[in-house]
Write a protein that binds this ligand. Structure first.
Ligand SMILES: CC(C)(COP(=O)(O)OP(=O)(O)OC[C@H]1O[C@@H](n2cnc3c(N)ncnc32)[C@H](O)[C@@H]1OP(=O)(O)O)[C@@H](O)C(=O)NCCC(=O)NCCS
Length: 143
């Protein structure tokens, strides 16, 4: 057994670490400001993976805690990848009491389909019904 621990307590989040990963290392939020990360966290259900006192993983769920959820900003820090922490993080998300019985649980991924497929995620059943406003470069633009 290791001492990996997952919590939804917001005061356990290392905001500087999450901001650094998202703004510098993620493939989806390069350039995001600290204020935007903080505000997104304030309004989400967040999962923080701690090894001892050190944060090594994170996931954020945008949700009404009743009918719908969207999983975003999932990461395990590079030195800790490939050791099962990502799977434990997703398992914790899907086990959360406020995320049961949802009508729809969405996520977007460029290459981790295999990770999510093992938890029952699949391509949209009816992609023709989905629409979006997609602005992938928004964090590089002045607000
Ligand atoms: C994706 C990520 C969170 C996985 O965390 P991890 O701790 O390395 O994953 P685990 O060790 O729990 O194993 C993940 C499992 O999913 C599989 N998998 C499928 N696609 C994968 C991918 N793109 N990256 C990592 N694992 C992937 C792995 O092969 C592994 O399966 P296995 O147990 O049968 O070997 C981590 O690699 C990461 O932070 N990547 C960069 C950020 C990112 O891409 N986030 C996802 C955005 S949707």
């Amino acid at each position: 057994m290791d001492d990996f621990f997952i919590t939804t307590e917001k005061d356990k989040i290392n905001l500087a670490l999450v901001h650094r990963f998202l703004s510098e290392q993620s493939g989806w939020a390069k350039g995001i400001s600290f204020a935007t990360v903080k505000r997104s966290i304030d309004h989400s259900l967040c999962f923080t993976g701690l090894l001892g006192n050190r944060q090594i993983a994170f996931a954020r769920v945008i949700t009404d805690r009743t009918t719908f959820a969207n999983l975003v900003d999932v990461f395990v820090l590079p030195p800790y990848r490939g050791q099962g922490y990502g799977k434990r993080l997703i398992q914790a998300v899907l086990s959360h009491p406020d995320l049961q019985g949802l009508r729809r649980f969405t996520l977007a991924t460029s290459d981790a389909h295999g990770l999510y497929a093992r938890f029952g995620f699949a391509p949209p059943a009816r992609p023709d019904t989905l629409m979006e406003q997609y602005r992938p470069d928004i964090y590089g633009r002045p607000r």
